[in-house]
Design a protein around this ligand. Structure first.
Ligand code: FNR
Length: 373
């Protein structure tokens, strides 16, 4: 068995004991090889930020409201002028063949069936063209800057040719250190799980370090993007460019002023800077700095429709789902991912209905109460 082989083949049906979206997280270990599961579930370092993401949601409760007529309720919205049926997007998650032999193609089919926007990763284990062929009309491409500009430009051109509607450039992961859980489980990327979008690239030019040089500053960070690279990027494509990985209000404002179409408030699900704030804790100050109207997506730590409600109440327009998508993929392939999206939608609708909110724009901070210490 390779590290990518699931412990059990994905089911062609939904397990009968699966009652809520979060149950996919509980069931996934039965369907994934242990090292792959630990790689997905863990974060970086000691998982301080992974834990903070989950704890942040638990600090908020939702006020039930009485006697309000929500019988005309719905979850429709528009994001940057584009209509969506619901506020649930699939976050870019690399190497999905770790969870299912067909990888991202299954996820894309589910997104298509559920009218969900899928954000395909640069590091997908199926090509961006294969993902595009299976995904619905709302598909976005997540970009990692490549060391050579011609390689970054080639990815942008391929994404546009394949019909992606937006570019989401991830800027919070210039360095990613290994996570304790993945290391402990002996995770190694299996050979059948390659970043196929990058095949044929020359790779970065070799960096010669002097003895006094830092492996980080003069090494890993030498090719990391800067503000100048972001300006260059936006001049290379006619597609709207979003930035993922924003946690500081000053960065959010500077990105908006630089002409970025929208931002994703995210700490990469705790996989980048261990010790970064929970994304949910960072969200209100970012929304306050940007004011109403500027598109803000959110991810990191969402496990239920009530979590989605809380993120919307604290300033997000819509959310992206990371790990739950992979767990559902491992358990039941495309059917599982579609079912997970449906469960999240229904959980959100239940929360909205009981909180007296008929539409997403009625959800606000006044619907929440901070749990007393
Ligand atoms: C990610 N994430 C990620 N983000 C990104 O911009 N490009 C990528 O290729 C990946 N790959 C990736 C792999 C795995 C295994 C995980 C778990 C996550 C981060 C992802 O988009 C998202 O920010 C987080 O997963 C959100 O947190 P939750 O929902 O997993 O708690």
């Amino acid at each position: 068995m390779t590290t990518s082989a699931p412990a059990h083949a994905p089911l062609g049906s939904i397990p009968p004991d699966l009652r809520c979206a979060a149950d996919y997280e509980l069931l996934a270990p039965r369907f994934m090889a242990l090292p792959s599961h630990e790689y997905v579930a863990g974060g970086c370092g000691r998982d301080v930020t992974v834990a903070a993401n989950l704890a942040a949601f638990a600090q908020w409760t939702v006020y039930p409201r009485l006697l309000r007529d929500v019988s005309a309720g719905h979850t429709r919205l528009s994001i940057a002028g584009v209509p969506f049926d619901h506020p649930v997007l699939l976050a870019p998650v690399a190497f999905q063949k770790l969870a299912h032999p067909h990888g991202e193609i299954e996820t894309a089919r589910a997104a298509n069936a559920m009218q969900a926007c899928m954000v395909g990763s640069t590091l997908s284990s199926c090509t961006l063209e294969q993902v595009a062929a299976a995904a619905g009309p709302q598909r976005w491409f997540q970009l990692y800057f490549q060391p050579r500009r011609e390689d970054t430009r080639a990815l942008l051109e391929r994404a546009a040719a394949a019909g992606y509607q937006a570019i989401v450039v991830t800027l919070d992961a210039a360095i990613q250190t290994a996570g304790a859980r993945a290391l402990k489980a002996g995770f190694r990327m299996p050979p059948d799980c390659a970043p196929v979008n990058l095949l044929g690239q020359q790779g970065p030019a070799a960096i010669e370090l002097d003895p006094e040089d830092s492996r980080i500053f003069q090494g890993a960070m030498r090719n990391a993007p800067t503000w100048a690279d972001l300006s260059w990027l936006m001049a290379q494509t006619a597609l709207p460019v979003w930035v993922k990985g924003v946690l500081h209000p000053d960065d959010a404002v500077a990105l908006r002023d630089a002409g970025v179409a929208g931002i994703v408030v995210s700490n990469h699900g705790g996989r980048s800077l261990d010790g970064a704030p929970a994304s949910l804790d960072a969200l209100p100050a970012i929304r306050a700095a940007l004011g109403a109207g500027y598109p803000v997506l959110f991810d990191s730590g969402i496990r239920s429709g009530t979590d989605i409600f809380k993120a919307l109440a604290l300033g997000a327009d819509a959310v992206m789902i990371g790990r739950l998508q992979i767990y559902a993929l491992a358990v039941a392939g495309a059917l599982g991912v579609a079912h997970m999206i449906r469960l999240l939608r229904e959980e959100l609708e239940v929360c909205m209905a009981l909180a007296g909110c008929a539409t997403l724009d009625q959800i606000g901070p006044e619907n929440l109460m901070r749990r007393p210490c």
